[in-house]
Design a protein around this ligand. Sequence first.
Ligand SMILES: Nc1ncnc2c1ncn2[C@@H]1O[C@H](COP(=O)(O)OP(=O)(O)OP(=O)(O)O)[C@@H](O)[C@H]1O
Length: 332
Amino acid sequence: MADGIDQQIDSASPTPTPDRSCRMERFHCKPPPMKAAIRIHQISKRFKSLQALDQVSLDILPGEFFALLGPNGAGKTTLITILAGLTRADSGVVEVMGHNVVSDYRNARRKLGIVPQELVFDPFFTVRETLRIQSGYFGLKHNDDWIDEVMTNLDLMNKADVNMRALSGGMKRRVLVAQALVHKPPVIVLDEPTAGVDVELRQSLWEFIKQLNQAGHTIVLTTHYLEEAETLCNRIAMLKQGRVIALDDKANFLNRQATPQLRIKLMPDMLPTSLHPMLISQEDGYHRLRLPALDQLEAVLQTLREAGVSVKDLALEQPNLEDVFVQFMHQP
Ligand SMILES: Nc1ncnc2c1ncn2[C@@H]1O[C@H](COP(=O)(O)OP(=O)(O)OP(=O)(O)O)[C@@H](O)[C@H]1O
């Protein structure tokens, strides 16, 4: 990775610098508030009768790996297009590294790299030409060293001189990621970057994005692969019908759901009535039960024995982000 990356991150340092003037009054002063890498303040957007975003507010701090989760149509892409300055919000303010995306568009755009969900590309250029043209949009004339480094990290070197239209879908997506990085933006937003992408690319893509995050870049990710968000992100916002319904550290989301779940296959396939209140779901011949506490396991087994039901298979599972997500989405 280029040394240059860190120099580009300007005020994106994850650690705030303490104010020296505070030393004399150390019992009274607080560290200065960290300036948000992305500030989204009371954003609303309506498409005719549809309220796509409704008073959305989020502050994403420098150096965070942030997940924006939500079902189809929740408003994630709309929020990202507003952030990119491609759609105007009806009301509210969005800033990237302190630059307003409407009134200070050029500076806001320079601080931002966006990997769009849709595969948009110019079929007449090669991969290298595409990346050079993208560099030109940001006034970068001698960017070949960095372009080579990005292509190497995304395993694109052997496709550098191949025409864009001749690439597979997964390869095109790699180019979209490379395009978002040509100007070394301190803030990188990835809208469903792994949709339709094979396991190998996913892993190499995430390795590269993790390195960028470790170098101080702020990463915002939307994905329907919740295990990706669980592995990578440190803070999560859940969007539903244009509203933020939950916002917290990943660890807090998971701890809220600390009780284990029991996945069990029965013979005959009949759950005794007294265990129905614990039932979460039933699929592929398995019952999934929520145990109030681990020591309830023996009581459940006892109930099954008394009902003449035998256990064919059993596993204890810790709840994951998907369980938490489903629970939030089903809340009225
Ligand atoms: N240009 C548009 N005109 C009319 N409606 C739109 C437009 N763009 C988005 N919408 C609607 O706004 C809502 C939010 O869409 P958006 O694409 O932001 O959701 P999303 O959370 O990104 O969904 P997905 O996970 O499917 O990508 C949807 O109901 C969508 O149909």
